[in-house]
Design a protein around this ligand. Structure first.
Ligand SMILES: O=C(O)c1ccccc1NCC(=O)[C@H](O)[C@H](O)COP(=O)(O)O
Length: 261
């Protein structure tokens, strides 16, 4: 059984427990539920650099990335670096993240926040809004077309942007619908963890121009971005390359400045 299957099995259990402890009505009463969101898709469209910087302590493909940092410093550093948005991993078991990380990031910066999560239930979308997210991730590999439609429409009704992630042509074809804002191509095969920028290159022409194109994972060099920009990519999601350093914000700043040259 591959890692995605295991993550989804655990996630179903986790969501079931959370729903029994914190009802949707309680989430809807959060102060943040009424907050006006900031569009990540719009920020990316008008940017010449398009960096979405991630907070990532560890992952199934890399056991230890960085456990020493606090979210406040990372988020405020990313904001100072002028990133277009920040991705916050909220999964605990596989990535060492939490919804508290999202809350702290929200309190630390005023840039769009993407809740990076394995969404398999509408409850998690309400949760994202209640904890200060501006955008959610939907992963085509773990959702049916009907679920993608249902969850993206719910997100849009809450003024959250939707980033739909694909890894191959089949996932892309089943997912294209008007309720998405951004289509992300994950360069990492989530079954084998192999990373190849060729995935972004080969799928780019199949993504309609109505969506902001985002390339995700395995990006660590300016050259990679310069190579992907002519394929229409406006967003670049970078995790490990920034998070493996002592100061991800300073690293992101230097990266963005070099990209502008
Ligand atoms: O990163 C993993 O190992 C991973 C494994 C299984 C599912 C998802 C996974 N990562 C989530 C992501 O999409 C990445 O954190 C994100 O694209 C940034 O990637 P990177 O720049 O390579 O850290």
């Amino acid at each position: 059984m591959d890692i995605l299957n295991n993550i989804v099995i655990d996630k179903r259990q986790e969501v079931k427990i959370k729903k029994s402890l914190i009802p949707v009505k309680q989430l809807e009463q959060s102060v943040l539920f009424e907050r006006a969101t900031i569009s990540l898709a719009k920020n990316l469209s008008k940017s010449t650099t398009g960096i979405i910087a991630e907070h990532k302590r560890r992952s199934p493909s890399k056991e230890v990335i960085n456990h020493k940092l606090n979210v406040y410093d990372v988020a405020s550093g990313y904001e100072k670096a002028n990133v277009c948005g920040m991705s916050v991993l909220t999964d605990g078991k596989y990535f060492g993240g939490s919804l508290d990380d999202l809350l702290i990031a929200r309190a630390s910066c005023n840039i769009p926040l993407l809740r990076k999560e394995f969404i398999i239930d509408s409850y998690q979308i309400i949760e994202a809004k209640a904890h200060g997210a501006d955008a959610i991730l939907l992963i085509a590999a773990i959702l049916t077309k009907d679920k993608i439609k249902q969850y993206s429409e719910l997100a849009k009704s809450l003024n959250l942007d939707v980033l739909l992630e694909v890894h191959n042509e089949e996932e892309l074809h089943k997912s294209i619908m008007p309720s998405l804002d951004m289509i992300g191509v994950n360069n990492r095969n989530l079954k084998t963890f192999e990373v190849s920028l060729e995935t972004s290159k080969s799928l780019s022409s199949l993504i309609p121009n109505d969506f902001v194109k985002v390339s995700e994972s395995g990006i660590s060099a300016i050259d990679a971005i310069k190579t992907l920009q002519p394929f229409g990519y406006k967003g670049f999601l970078i995790g490990e390359n920034f998070m493996k350093t002592d100061n991800p914000g300073a690293n992101a700043k230097q990266f963005i400045e070099s990209l502008k040259l």
